[in-house]
Design a protein around this ligand. Structure first.
Ligand SMILES: [Zn+2]
Length: 501
């Protein structure tokens, strides 16, 4: 590409997963078009735009392997609710919203992500209605702001109420609040395939296939997703075993598949290298081994799992089983933040309280999960997640003059344990500078703030109406939630109590 734009990031400390992760050496990074073409000391600099990276750490762009953009406007609205009760609010607040809101909420999540050093989001969007105008708005918003997206509008044919165990004990109007209507399989698969053609995967747009969850999809839907993923060479993401109730649903309703959602996925052609199951808080050791043997992946979301009272994923067992791992930040209504820094820190801390012996998970390992591992979940290994010649130019410059690095002793450890996102100064995605001096420069952040303030007047009114209509459901939902804790499932995923919980 003779006329491709060239950018030289000069004199930064360039983080290399395989090099000195504590004190990366000073080097230059040369970018041509969307790719890194050279990394090394004193690269030639004629005819290029130069970014001075002295006193900066140059780090591979962080990847968020699990996220939903549909409820970014709900951040800070909820706490104390277990997942099934939280669904009462978050499902309706993301559905049937205006075009303006669709664009704004997509940008809100993207701006927060970029400002926190996330260069790629895997957006498992709950798009309701699942239609082309909505798809176009979201794709265009991502394009405008310049973040890389692995886009996968979720599909399902079994209604949301299927996520609740003992749902038959709920009154009909409470069941209705969660959703009791399915959607046709063929329409959704055709819709997806059509979008892959209308918006071809290129530059910063990538596609994936996302059946919502095994218990929300019939065999026909899962097989259709497997076929689509195979035909278009795409990754698959699906929610599995987020809560204790979901294990019981598997055991009670999937007897034909050994009571295992992993077996159900396997039976329908999805257990394999393309598959990523999201959460896996309540997965058994046997199921982990099967995932590892199939080279299927698991995307951990400690932030939302803990806040929604789902429990702590068995990170040490997953590591021992050798399952490939990614990490995500999940919904803004369930974790309230798009910060891979927080997710990385929790990963290491929860590993620490799960195993008394000295040893991993170490900071430089979780940095691999958040970059190379997360790229692998999307089938983008070899092009994302490292600062190497031939890789996409997705990287961040961290200001080493930030107090988080005073004193500066270890890049890997201080990125994971100390960095809040405050040090993220410059962000480059696909060779394009999208954050400069800690501000997104591709869109007008101040204008976005004004638009959000404007939209929130209606949004809050709708939210208040939902909250008051859901009051009646809460005692019933609490009842079914408590019933989930009665049977023994042979696993414990809670900590912080004397004795077993
Ligand atoms: Zn999710």
């Amino acid at each position: 590409m003779a006329d491709a734009k060239r950018l030289l990031i000069r004199g930064g400390q360039v983080y290399d997963h395989d090099g000195n992760v504590h004190k990366p050496p000073v080097a230059d990074v040369l970018i041509e078009g969307s790719n890194i073409v050279a990394v090394g000391p004193d690269l030639a600099a004629h005819g290029v735009e130069i970014i001075d990276a002295r006193d900066r750490l140059v780090v591979p762009g962080l990847i968020n392997a699990h996220y939903h953009s549909h409820d970014t406007l709900c951040r800070g609205m909820f706490e104390e609710l277990p997942l099934e009760m939280w669904l009462l609010y978050t499902l309706p607040m993301g559905a049937n919203r205006s075009k303006e809101e669709l664009r704004v909420r997509t940008l809100v999540g993207a701006v927060e992500s970029l400002r926190c050093g996330i260069t790629t989001v895997q957006d498992m969007l709950g798009l309701v209605p699942l239609d082309e105008p909505g798809t176009d708005i979201v794709v265009q918003a991502y394009r405008d702001v310049g973040i890389r997206v692995v886009f996968s509008p979720m599909v399902w044919d079994i209604p949301p109420i299927a996520m609740v165990r003992n749902r038959d004990s709920l009154p009909p109007d409470v069941r209705e609040m969660l959703g009791t209507t399915g959607r046709p399989v063929r329409d959704q698969l055709d819709y997806l395939e059509h979008q892959f053609k209308r918006h071809r995967a290129k530059d910063t747009l990538h596609w994936a296939v996302a059946p919502f969850a095994p218990q929300r999809c019939s065999p026909k839907m899962l097989q259709g997703c497997a076929d689509l993923a195979h035909k278009h060479d795409l990754a698959v993401y699906t929610h599995v075993y987020e809560t204790r109730g979901q294990v019981l649903i598997a055991r009670e309703q999937f007897g034909a598949h050994d009571g295992s959602l992993i077996s159900y996925l396997e039976h329908n052609g999805l257990l394999g290298p393309r598959l990523n199951i999201v959460h896996s808080v309540w997965i058994t050791r046997g199921e982990m081994d099967r995932m590892a043997a199939a080279n299927a992946g698991i995307v951990l979301n400690h932030l939302s799992n803990m806040k929604l009272k789902s429990g702590v994923a068995p990170v040490c067992d997953l590591r021992e089983a050798g399952v490939r791992l990614g990490i995500g930040c999940d919904n803004c209504s369930g974790s309230d933040v798009q910060s891979v820094f927080q997710a990385m820190k929790l990963f290491c801390l929860l590993a620490a309280v799960s195993e008394p012996e000295p040893g991993p998970a170490l900071a430089h390992e979780v940095l691999r999960h958040a970059t190379l591992g997360n790229a692998r979940t999307a089938g983008l290994a070899g092009s994302l997640g490292a600062i190497k010649s031939g890789y996409k130019a997705d990287l961040i410059l961290i200001d080493l003059k930030d107090p988080a690095y005073l004193p500066y002793n270890s890049a890997a450890r201080q990125l994971v344990y100390t960095e809040s996102g405050r040090g993220v100064e410059t962000v480059i995605v696909d060779g394009r500078v999208v954050v400069r001096d800690r501000k997104v420069i591709t869109i007008d952040e101040d204008a976005l703030r004004r638009e959000v303030a404007d939209l929130m007047r209606h949004f809050i009114a709708d939210y208040d109406a939902i909250v008051s209509s859901r009051k009646r459901a809460l005692p019933y939902m609490l009842d079914v939630h408590r019933q989930v804790w009665e049977p023994d499932v042979g696993m414990n995923r809670f900590i912080g109590r004397i004795g077993d919980c």
